[in-house]
Structure formats: C-alpha cells, structure tokens
Design a protein around this ligand. Sequence first.
Ligand code: HEM
Length: 176
Amino acid sequence: MKTKQGILLVLSLFLVAVSLFGQDTLTVVPGTVTVDGVRGTGEYTYSTSQNNMELWLRRLDDNRLAFFYQVKTTGWIALGFGSVRMDSAHILIGYQAAVTVADEQTGAGNTHSRATTTVLQTSLMREVDGYTIWEGIIDGSRFLAGPNLQMIMAYGRADNLTTRHQARGSLTVTLR
Ligand code: HEM
C-alpha cells in the first residue's frame, strides 16, 4: 500500500514538473533572471531552436517575460511578439558593433518602423565567438493575455536594422 502511494506521489511530482517545464507550454514560474547575457542554469523554462536561432523564455509573472536569444551571426538579430508574421508584430531588433544598437519597431506588411510603444524593461546584448546574444525582460502583458504567445524571430548578416533576414521563423507557445 505504502509502495503504491509512493509511486503515485512520484508520478504526480513528475506530472507537475512536466507541466511546469514542458517545452510546448509557458507557465508563470516566479523567480529571478539575472540579465547579464549569460544563461544561468535553471533560469529559463522553455526553449526552441530554428535555423541558427536559439530562444529561451521564462514567464516571471502575469506580465513579465524574460528572454535569452542567441544567434550564430555578428549581424542584426530580432524577436517579434504578438504575431506569427511580421505584420503587426512588436519587434525588438538590434546588433552589437562598437556600441549596442537596439530598437523597438512595429511590423507593417514585410517592413517595420519605430514603434510608438516600448516593452523592453531591461536588456543586455553582447557578441561572443561569432554569436550575438540578447537577454532581457519585457512587459509582455499585451502578448500574454490570450491562450497562446505568438512570436517571430529572425537575423541578418549586416550591422544595420534594414537588410533582409538570412533566416526567420515563428512559434506559438501555449500559455498556462
Ligand atoms: C530588416 C528588414 C526586413 C526585411 C527587408 C524583411 C523582408 C521580408 C520579406 C520580403 C518577407 C517575405 C518573403 C519571405 O517569406 O522571406 C519576410 C517574411 C518574414 N519576415 Fe521579414 N523582413 C525584415 C525584418 C524581419 C524581422 C525583424 C523579423 C522578425 C522579428 C522578420 C520575420 C519574418 C517572418 C516570420 C516572415 C514570414 C511571415 C511574414 O511574411 O510575415 N522579418 N520578411
């Protein structure tokens, strides 16, 4: 009997762990993310990888979303929130040169221009060994209200905000 209870306990703990850290869902996991451009063990609960672009996320509370984004390029990198297309996405785009250049833009068709609102609360970008890394926390309240978080990502080879992507991708994450 005790063994049965033990097995049930282990099984429930396993299911809780899967639901908290499952790769297809994002749930609030309170805690701290240190925005230092280094991905600490256990800092992120969701990850995905597409075409040289690696993304980790953690939902810190109802509104705040932490991201760690790493791309094998020395050119521009970008994340977009609230859409699986460029159109209407809220885009964070930037590159690391002598200084960090970063901007928030809104997609319109297959173009984008300076956004009228900003969501970035804190962030740090750095370039290391041919990778550009961007870690930050956004006010994601606009994007976290529905059943899913929709995102796009892309990167280019040039140090500017205008040359078309080398690759791009999109993702939809179930919010719990
Ligand atoms: C830097 C200037 C940019 C230019 C000139 C540009 C141009 C284009 C063009 C012409 C397309 C349609 C052809 C195709 O499918 O490749 C496209 C699609 C796409 N782009 Fe961009 N893009 C830019 C920036 C971005 C950024 C910053 C992101 C992500 C944050 C992005 C994500 C996407 C995605 C996901 C698609 C496919 C869905 C869609 O058509 O919206 N692009 N882009």
